[in-house]
Each structure stands twice: as structure tokens, then as C-alpha cells.
Design a protein around this ligand. Structure first.
Ligand code: ARG
Length: 461
């Protein structure tokens, strides 16, 4: 069998069910372009180590280039007899340059160091794509914050009316975690960018190949320090799977807010037709499916992370075939985010907010009660007392079915003599918001500052 990388010591070929279980070409074919690139680099180090003549190197590179273009245009693909991408590509090389030359390439490397290296190369590109997609969502959020200056909305804790805030402040609160996710990707890449190539099966290479040279050739920051660790550790993949899951969780929180905001009960926002769906039975429906899929995908990505961790748990050193299960969850997390991120970006960029509705609801539920308490503190009243007095004001207003600002002078004075009519200065939504102007607060000056910082962060990342 041409695609088999082993067999010398076996009298019989693998049983069909054994081969079916073992096979990975249906997913590891994604590594094919990286495998060919790494093979070209490997041929160069073999040449430098005196194991491949200059003429052979030229012929080998030409064969690998032909193979790469045949892989790219689909002319060459995995055959049913191929166990994995590495075997298939060796078969492809031998078909192109002959057994004598094609059979030389595998010297000094094992599929164990190969697959660990190629997975890292794939992941670095995947993380980059995800990072750029996350920046697009963050950009859409910051742009919406910028496009809606001074728009107020109810701020909630426990999903209950809490304090009024600016819409921009809320949108930036969704952008911040996404920017941290991008920073996490950049940081994780430092650990992914270490090359296992040259580690062989587990013990390193005896053929005088230079792992540092091949690492540099393949764009890695460095070569691994320990060949056993390099072939058997996948914490780099688990870390990436965590960042992907975290990003999906952050997107699910954004999605959940959009879902709530778009209900008639909230009425804060209308979704663009292009980013919502209808019902097959209820003609009036306009559903926030993009946001719901963000919630749904988050569950899936959490599963990918926990599944991978379970695969890694308690594996003895060094390589075990369990590790073949490492790629699908990570590939899937990237694929799902690549579907989700442009859709979320489109959803956010086309949201139409309803400032009137949000302004009307902003003071509802006595959300200015904290402003009464803090105003009393500024008059010298201890906060404990101020909290009681503000609470009493809420009770009276609630009893009478009016807002806090509607309580008359006499009522205020009867609640507490410190409650002079001047308190009404802070009993407006805008007054409340603009008073919270310390660093990180919801006042417009702070939101404008955040927007400047967010654009700078986006440019920098
Ligand atoms: N396909 C395997 C993987 O994805 C690599 C092959 C290693 N096989 C082996 N018998 N050492 O991990």
C-alpha cells in the first residue's frame, strides 16, 4: 500500500474496522498546505546536514511545489487507503518524484513531531482570523457608540431597573471583553509559536538536523526545548480552545442583550431585515436568530474546550494516539467563530436604536433613588441615613404612583428635613448620568474618552 508509512514488521495489513477507526484524512487534510511547506523546510535541513544532494533538493522542492498546487486546486486528495494527511502526501510526493527520492524525505522526522508542528501552524493562522473577526465586532460596537452620542437608556443589575446609563457606555461594555479576547489570542500565540519539528517520535533527531533553523524557516519564534514535551503537550491547543470559548461566551452575552432589547417589552432596538429571520407559520415574526446562534455556539465551543481537556487528562508521556482527537474540536471552534463573527458584526452595525423609548424607561423603577442618597451625602448626611431617606422617598412615590421628581416640597421635607427642593436638580436622567464623571463612569465625557481609547486599542491590536 503506497500511502502506508509503516508495514515492514507486519505480515498482515490492518483489519478494515481498524483502518476505519485509525483514519484521520477527513479532518487532518486541513493541515495539507502546512505539511507541504514543512516538508520543503525539512528538505532544506536534510540538504544542509548532508543527507540530500543539491540536485536532489532541487528535484524534491519542484516535486513538493507541484504537490502543493495539486493539493490547492484539488487535483490531489486523500485516497481511501491513506491513513492520514502525512501518509497521503508522501504517496503524492512519490507519485511525482519517484520512490527513490520521495522515500528520502522522511528521514529524521516522525508524524509525532510533524503533526504537533502543523497543528500549531494551522492554529496560528486560525487564531489570526478569529482575532480579526473579533476586532470587526468590537469596531461595530464602538462605531454604534459613536453614532449615538448622548442617548440614555435604563441600566440594569439582576435584570432589574438600576441606574440610567448612556447607550454608548453599554455598547463599549460589550466591546471591552472582545478586545481582551483579542489580547488573549496575541498572548497565547507566544506559546503556540514554538516549533516541535526535529523532536522526532519523542527523543529528538540523531541526523544532525537543525530544529532552530526549521523553526525559523516556518515562522516560529523558537524551537522546543524538550522533545518529549514538544510531541506530547497540547496545552497550547487547550489554551486556544479556551480563548475561543471565552469569545463565544462574550458574544453570547452581547447576543442575549440584543435579544432582550428587540422584544416589544423593551423596544430599545429594531434589527435590520438582513440580519433577522421570519417564521414559517407566524407572518408577523422577526426573530433575532443571529444573536440566538451566538448563544447556541457558545455552548458548542465550551463543549469543544471541555472535550479537549478530557482527552488530555492523564495521558502518560509521550505521544499517544488519543492526541489524534485534539484537532477536530479546535478546528470546529474556529470554523464556528468564522461563521458567527461576520454575522454578529453585521447585526451590530445595522441595529436601529430607539432613543425615545429608552429615555422614557430610563427613570422607570425609581432609578434615580441612588442620586437622592448621594445628593444627601454631599449635604453632609451619613450614607446609612441617606440610603434610608432615599428608600423612604421611593416607598412614598410608589404608594402615590408618581415618580421621585414629582414628590412635592412638603412631602420631601416630611420624609427628612434635609430633603430640600434643591434635590430635584439631580432627579433627571441626564443629571444623574453626567454626575458620574469619574474615570470609567457613564458621564458623556467618560464615554467619549473610552471611545478614543477603544479606537486606539483597535488600531494597536
Ligand atoms: N494522525 C496522528 C495525529 O493526528 C498522527 C500520527 C501519529 N501516529 C502514530 N502512530 N504515531 O495525532
Amino acid at each position: 500500500n503506497e500511502g502506508a508509512l509503516w508495514g515492514g514488521r507486519f505480515a498482515d495489513g490492518p483489519a478494515a474496522a481498524m483502518a476505519a477507526l485509525s483514519k484521520s484524512t477527513h479532518f487532518d487534510w486541513a493541515l495539507a498546505p502546512y505539511d507541504v511547506a514543512a516538508s520543503k523546510a525539512h528538505a532544506r535541513v536534510l540538504n544542509r546536514a548532508g543527507l540530500l544532494t543539491d540536485d536532489d533538493l532541487v528535484a524534491m522542492q519542484a516535486g513538493l511545489d507541484r504537490l502543493a498546487s495539486d493539493v490547492a486546486d484539488g487535483t490531489f486528495g486523500p485516497a481511501p487507503s491513506d491513513e492520514d494527511v502525512h501518509g497521503a502526501l508522501e504517496r503524492g510526493l512519490i507519485e511525482r518524484v519517484g520512490t527513490e527520492l520521495g522515500g528520502r524525505l522522511r528521514a529524521g522526522r516522525s508524524r509525532n513531531d510533524q503533526v504537533a508542528t502543523l497543528f500549531r501552524m494551522w492554529l496560528r493562522d486560525g487564531m489570526r482570523r478569529v482575532g480579526l473577526g473579533l476586532l470587526d465586532v468590537a469596531e461595530a460596537l464602538v462605531a454604534q457608540a459613536e453614532a449615538n452620542p448622548g442617548v440614555v437608556m435604563p441600566g440594569k443589575t439582576h435584570l432589574q431597573a438600576a441606574q440610567p446609563v448612556l447607550l454608548g457606555h453599554t455598547l463599549l461594555a460589550h466591546a471591552q471583553p472582545l478586545l481582551r479576547d483579542v489580547a488573549r489570542i496575541i498572548d497565547a500565540d507566544r506559546r503556540v509559536a514554538v516549533s516541535p519539528y526535529g523532536s522526532g517520535a519523542l527523543a529528538g533527531s540523531s541526523l544532525g538536523l537543525d530544529p532552530a533553523a526549521i523553526a525559523a524557516d516556518l515562522g516560529f519564534d523558537s524551537a522546543a526545548d524538550n522533545s518529549i514535551d514538544a510531541t506530547s503537550s497540547r496545552d497550547f491547543a487547550a489554551e486556544a480552545a479556551f480563548v475561543f470559548a471565552m469569545a463565544a461566551v462574550d458574544l453570547s452575552r452581547l447576543g442575549e442583550d440584543v435579544i432582550l432589547w428587540s422584544t416589544p417589552e423593551f423596544g430599545y432596538v429594531t434589527l435590520a431585515d438582513a440580519w433577522s429571520t421570519g417564521s414559517s407559520i407566524m407572518p408577523q415574526k422577526k426573530n433575532p436568530d443571529v444573536a440566538e446562534l451566538a448563544r447556541g455556539k457558545a455552548g458548542r465551543l465550551i463543549g469543544n474546550l471541555t472535550g479537549l481537556l478530557a482527552t488530555l487528562k492523564a495521558q502518560p508521556l509521550a505521544y499517544n494516539r488519543d492526541l489524534q482527537e485534539d484537532k477536530e474540536p479546535v478546528f470546529d471552534s474556529v470554523a464556528q467563530l468564522e461563521l458567527l463573527l461576520p454575522a454578529i458584526t453585521g447585526l451590530v452595525a445595522t441595529l436601529t436604536f430607539h432613543p425615545g423609548r429608552m429615555a422614557e424607561l430610563a427613570p422607570a423603577g425609581f432609578t434615580l433613588a441612588t442620586d437622592i442618597a448621594e445628593w444627601l451625602v454631599r449635604q453632609g448626611v451619613p450614607f446609612r441615613v441617606a440610603h434610608e431617606v432615599a428608600g423612604e422617598s421611593v416607598r412614598v412615590a410608589e404608594q402615590r404612583g408618581v415618580g421621585l421628581a414629582d414628590l412635592d416640597d412638603e412631602t420631601l421635607a416630611s420624609i427628612n428635613p434635609e430633603l430640600t427642593p434643591q434635590v430635584r436638580e439631580v432627579l433627571t436622567v441626564t443629571g444623574s448620568i453626567e454626575s458620574r464623571n469619574a474615570l470609567g463612569g457613564t458621564a458623556s465625557s467618560q464615554v467619549e474618552r473610552q471611545i478614543v481609547v477603544a479606537w486606539a486599542t483597535i488600531d494597536e491590536l
